[in-house]
Write a protein that binds this ligand. Structure first.
Ligand SMILES: [Zn+2]
Length: 255
């Protein structure tokens, strides 16, 4: 039993075979999927898909790329969606200084606003951090999320990881952990305490080895678990069990 804690099943790349992709994941032992919103539209779609499948949960939120398109109405609508019992997190939110698709000051405002909304709704946050470690840390220290949160597809150093762990965050690993020469992430996954990691695909992006170059899908979270088991010198079953226990605690899912 394995959970994919971060999938974008509403991506257009799944329009042709979404139900088959979900079925394939189930057949391959993926028992729960958290489908992530990254705009008002995909948050709404994530909640709809969660209504269709008992083992799929949703998050709502606006990605930093979309920050420039938000207004008060966005927050009203997302807060309403977040009341749905299948919504288990607010995100993905954060800062992206790599692509800069929204102005940085707008990204920061929108990030802080959503940290406040997550607190109001009592939800943990899912954080996207790309080349913005310094500003993210500064903001989180000023606005520590009350229900905690996770850094998804964590790509930082072990130094950064230690700081986030001390602030109570979980770290999530995805396909890049399986890439050759990814020493930084390997070091983090090797050293992270057993009670603080979760796994994800971030599909359709970040496809793990040996499927690199193809579309990613929830089934391939197996590759990430295999790699963690190898690094920690434990069985795949044990690694999967730890990740599931951690995911339950993080997202407060008891089923
Ligand atoms: Zn994502």
């Amino acid at each position: 039993m394995i959970w994919d804690t971060h999938a974008h099943l509403n991506d257009r790349q799944f329009d042709v075979d979404r139900d088959e992709v979900i079925e394939r994941a189930r057949q391959g032992g993926v028992t729960t999927i958290i489908n992530i919103g990254d705009s008002e539209a995909t948050s709404r779609q994530a909640v709809s898909l969660a209504a269709k499948y008992p083992f799929i949960y949703a998050s709502v939120g606006v990605h930093p790329h979309e920050a420039k398109n938000c207004n008060e109405e966005t927050w009203t609508n997302l807060s309403r969606l977040a009341q749905n019992p299948k919504v288990v997190a607010w995100g993905e939110i954060g800062l992206d200084y790599y692509r800069n698709l929204s102005p940085r000051d707008v990204q920061r405002q929108v990030f802080i606003r959503q940290l406040e909304l997550a607190d109001e709704m009592g939800l943990p946050v899912v954080i996207h951090d790309r080349d913005a470690h310094g500003d993210i840390l500064q903001i989180l220290k000023k606005h520590p999320p009350q229900a905690g949160g996770v850094f998804h597809s964590f790509s930082g150093s072990w130094e950064m990881a230690k700081e986030l762990l001390s602030l109570g965050f979980y770290l999530s690993f995805s396909g890049p952990l399986t890439f050759k020469n990814n020493r930084k992430t390997v070091e983090v996954a090797t050293n992270i305490p057993e009670d603080r990691f979760v796994v994800e695909t971030d599909c359709p992006y970040l496809t793990p080895e040996p499927y690199r170059g193809k579309r990613n899908e929830p089934l391939y979270v197996n590759q990430v678990i295999n790699k963690i088991a190898e690094l920690k010198g434990i069985s795949t079953e044990k690694a999967a069990l730890l990740a599931v226990e951690n995911s339950r605690r993080l997202f407060r899912i008891t089923k």
